[in-house]
Design a protein around this ligand. Sequence first.
Ligand SMILES: [Zn+2]
Ligand SMILES: [Zn+2]
Length: 297
Amino acid sequence: MTEPPILIVVFEHNLEEALSPGSFEWISSYVSGSADHSTMFNVTATVQEQQLLLRLLNQNKKRLVSSYRPKRAITESSFTLSFLLPVGPLGTQEMAKYNTNNGCSVCGEPAKQKCSRCSTVRYCDAVCQKEDWNGHRSLCNNLQGAKWQNLPFTASNRFGRNVYGVGFNKYDTVEDLRKRVDCMKASDEFTPPPNTHGTTAFIVKIQINSASAKGPAHMLFKGDPSKDGTIFLIYDQRRTVQVTVLREFSEAASFDAVRDVLQAKGERGLKGFFWAIRTGEWSLDICLDRFPEWQKW
Ligand SMILES: [Zn+2]
Ligand SMILES: [Zn+2]
């Protein structure tokens, strides 16, 4: 996957009643310049949006290393250096990478260790782990001796029999989609979904297809009740992992073990939340006898 670009920005924030002399120089250099700057002052953002941008720039400036000194125009010498990440067009998986926080469960700093008893939480050090223990204890105890089922999955963009799945967002054109589908048809190699959870257990939602239900999990064999209960749609809250598991392309016994639990314990037998651990590029372990609290997603 190609990394989205980071936009390096120099900026100055002036209030109308107190424009710095530097700003006048900067404005006049642009107004008198030969390049087309006709859209330069066409600000359509609301004041709240501008304040949000300013806040973001001020936060990001602290995250740049001080040794980094990109070129500036002379009139920009007093400006502040910062950066922005593009918000679109990005795919859902790319967005999810930015939304993923695998830091310490307590303080958010980079985590170096996880709870060795249950693997569901990470910590930066023993101090944070100790501090969290009272809150974490019941979940930790609950997961002791749990039964896990390995569930292999295949690339969700190829189901066989000329059925393809493709992810897209509102910025994609029809032409983009055509290209992606052509690309998929031509290729035999598939990239596994990124592993943003490492070996830490996380919560997944599992849905099973039913001809009489609505939603993406049910669209593939829409209207064919004989195919009911043959597809899982599995994803985490931030969609860093989103896999479609077809019984015929998975291991039937593994699939059925998870399906039995989902149908017995899930909502209307169609969906439920499970603990999962990524155990390989193409496999998940699903916990069959301990369940997370019901989630609102
Ligand atoms: Zn910590
Ligand atoms: Zn634990």
